[in-house]
Design a protein around this ligand. Structure first.
Ligand SMILES: [Zn+2]
Length: 320
């Protein structure tokens, strides 16, 4: 990914200011352009534990994604109900320039504890920058969030969902990085993620050619996550295990495969074999407590251009 269009302007400034043609050193790093990620509540802000989980997820993702994107205009009059028809009754948005991603989050009463946990995903994606999201939605059931046993588990859920909104599993097909879509053996073909799986996480066999993608359990779980039977407690499998749910280097490098500038230091320790053994051990936490099926991620609905033109996306195959 190329950093934002702001870069040439910023780089040019020293030349203009000095007026003597003084050159930057070739080893001098480019000016930092940070990924701009914002969450805005639709309706009343949720309880403190949920707000804390969102704040932590934003901080975590900003430690992972370290480069800027092309600013786009979200035109006035756009309504979040166009992203998710259940989000009716909110005012139209005012026109604004979005440098990174704005997530509109609604913590609402859906169907009480159990049942539907919610949904999340990008809605407006750039028509450049390899379809990186500009506006996304997270809609979660307040009763389910209130029932989470620990803050760590709630934090993991929110981070998992927010990663879908920035593009994990939701813009793979748009970036032609998913093979076997619709089959029982889908694969993520990004080279960086595959290499991390094979060389860092002990997946030399599992990831010999590509990364196994979950292909079961219907729309939502399938084709948008790492394969549960291979990666078990990794954060970006479709089921949230109890115990540790590390965000692996493989997941972070998959964001680089869709063009984000990432910092690998943000990855957590993760090994395929250790995860499998822990999951199968009698009495293991993940056996004693069935993993939680996470909400279905939503594919983007529209592209938006830098000057604010919105066009619907027609998906030939959908995870929705
Ligand atoms: Zn998910």
């Amino acid at each position: 990914m190329r950093p934002s269009v702001l870069i040439p302007v910023l780089v040019a400034l020293p030349f203009l200011a000095s007026g003597c043609g003084k050159k930057r050193s070739p080893v001098e790093p480019p000016p930092a352009v940070q990924y701009d990620l914002q969450v805005r509540w639709l309706g009343a802000p949720p309880q403190a534990s949920t707000q804390a989980a969102f704040s932590k997820a934003v901080a975590r993702i900003k430690s992972i994604v370290v480069g800027g994107l092309t600013p786009v205009i979200v035109p006035g009059g756009f309504n979040v109900a166009e992203c998710d028809s259940t989000l009716g009754g909110h005012a139209d948005l005012a026109e604004e320039t979005v440098a990174g991603l704005v997530i509109y989050a609604s913590i609402e009463s859906i169907d009480g504890q159990g049942g539907v946990l919610g949904s999340a995903g990008p809605c407006l994606v750039r028509d450049q920058n390899r379809f990186k999201p500009a506006l996304g939605i997270m809609r979660l059931d307040a009763a389910d969030l209130a029932a989470f046993a620990t803050q760590d588990r709630l934090d993991a859920l929110i981070l998992h969902e927010m990663l879908h909104v920035i593009g994990f599993g939701t813009i793979w097909t748009d970036n032609t990085l998913l093979s076997g879509d619709g089959t029982d053996d889908a694969r993520f073909t990004g080279t960086r993620a595959r290499l991390a799986c094979a060389t860092v996480h002990g997946g030399a066999t599992a990831c010999a050619t590509s990364v196994p993608v979950h292909s079961l359990d219907g729309p939502g779980s399938a084709y948008a996550h790492w394969r549960e039977s291979v990666f078990t407690n990794e954060l970006m499998t479709p089921f949230l295990n109890s115990g540790l749910v590390p965000l692996s280097e493989m997941s972070i490098r998959s964001l680089a495969d869709i063009g984000y500038v990432v910092d690998i230091d943000a990855a957590e320790d993760y090994r395929l074999q250790a995860a499998l053994v822990a999951a199968r051990e009698p009495g293991a936490a993940s056996v004693a407590e069935p993993p939680l099926a996470l909400p279905a991620p939503q594919r983007p609905k529209f592209t938006v251009s830098d000057d604010g033109r919105i066009l619907p996306i027609r998906h030939t195959r959908s995870i929705e």
